[in-house]
Design a binder for this molecule. Structure first.
Ligand SMILES: *Cc1c(COP(=O)(O)O)cnc(C)c1O
Length: 389
């Protein structure tokens, strides 16, 4: 019988030994394409602020106005007295933006999925989940107590076979729309068709597609020109939208049910209304045009072309996420360090976040990057490739 603190200290020491202990670095000042850490300036390719809105003057000004008008805290859960007019307006604007009847705002994406999945599926129901789904879809599925069937990444034939075998009264498919570590897009048209054929429902997590894909960044469904009452669309607002929070949009009855029954909505203090003010400004910017998304796509092509000759495997990508697979864990760390020494910050991602032998550099681009900055990254990686040849 060990002492809890002694046991945990030993576990931490073990993580340290296996080089798996994670370290936080404090960033000084605002987020952007360049970050100051420990007094050093870095050109950074590690953020999900894909449009450069996190420090945008229009959002900052809107947040100031929201602050002056509403104060800081929301004081209670939304169903008691914390639901502000700004949030009401934001939900309507989000629903219209993604072309759905109704939307509901959550404090963040993790809580959204943890609340949505158990509200829709329970004991005796079946959940079908892509093997590369985000942790919060996995946790939501576990929490629901439904039977969980995991299908191989984007394997529509396997998913169809599992659906065909299922006699569950309720079938819910869970999928990231853009997979966060590979940057590839889910086969959404096929997922929707499978829902129609097998009387199933789809919860689509567009954390990395909202703001990036589709006309004006209206998301993955718009990217494919799809609309279906069988889809619940979940988008997060702390990535491309530059602020914080998440929303689910879909059929008005389903959204009303989530408002009544998603425990992570009902039993938490509402988010500060000033966030809604900032997010309304972000939506105004999104609606105003496609330049940011187009610039982001041009940078993506520049990066893909620039890295084509490297000895490592760059996954093709139409999104902001570009994965350079180097396989070996130590090599991934070496490359991260080598870039750091050249003033560039790119995260190395290792198992268990990704499957064994697929350690990688996860390069995320932002519309706030310039072509010169992407050229600097390409040149730096070429220097490291020559050194490792
Ligand atoms: C980041 C992320 C989330 C969580 O969203 P937060 O608002 O950061 O909690 C959910 N799903 C996916 C796919 C994500 O990448």
């Amino acid at each position: 019988m060990g002492d809890l603190i002694t046991d945990i200290a030993a576990q931490l020491a073990q993580l340290q030994e296996r080089k798996l202990l994670r370290l936080r670095r404090s960033v000084e000042g605002p987020q952007g394409p360049c970050l100051t850490v420990g007094g050093e300036r870095y050109l950074a390719f590690c953020s999900n602020d894909y449009l450069g809105l996190a420090n945008h003057p229009a959002l900052i000004a809107a947040a100031h106005r929201g602050l002056d008008h509403y104060g800081v805290g929301a004081s209670a859960s939304a169903l008691i007295s914390g639901h502000s007019g700004a949030m009401e307006q934001l939900e309507a604007a989000l629903a219209a933006f993604v072309g759905m009847p109704r939307a509901l705002y959550f404090s963040n994406g993790y809580m959204a999925n943890m609340g949505i999945v158990p509200a829709l599926a329970g004991r005796g129901d079946s959940i079908f989940s892509d093997s590369l789904n985000h942790a919060c879809l996995i946790d939501g599925a576990r929490l629901s107590k439904a039977d969980v069937h995991i299908y191989a990444h984007s394997d529509m034939a396997q998913l169809e076979a599992l659906l065909a075998q299922s006699a569950s009264p309720r079938k819910l498919i869970l999928s990231d729309a853009v997979f966060s570590m590979d940057g590839d897009i889910a086969r959404v048209p096929e997922l929707v068709a499978l829902c129609e054929r097998h009387d199933a429902w789809l919860l689509l997590d567009d954390a990395h597609g909202f703001g990036v894909l589709g006309p004006q960044g209206r998301g993955s469904l718009a990217h494919f020109g799809l609309a279906s009452r069988r889809v619940l669309y979940m988008g997060t607002l702390g990535k491309a939208a530059g602020v914080a929070g998440a929303f689910v949009a879909g059929d008005a009855t389903l959204v009303e049910w989530l408002l009544q029954r998603a425990r992570t909505y009902v039993f938490t203090t509402a988010s500060p209304p000033l966030l809604a003010s900032a997010l309304l400004a972000a939506l105004d910017l999104l609606r105003s045009g496609d330049e940011r998304q187009q610039h982001l796509r041009r940078l993506g092509r520049q990066l893909q072309d620039g890295l084509a000759g490297l000895p490592w495997r760059l996954l093709p990508s139409q999104t902001a996420i570009h994965a350079l697979i180097v396989e070996d864990n130590a090599l991934a760390l070496d490359l991260m360090q080598g870039l750091r020494e050249q003033g560039i910050w790119v995260p190395a991602i290792r198992p268990p976040t990704v499957p064994d032998n697929t350690a990688r550099l996860r390069i995320s681009l932002s519309a706030a990057h310039s072509t010169e900055q992407v050229a600097r990254l390409v040149a730096a990686l070429k220097v490291l490739a020559a050194r490792h040849a």
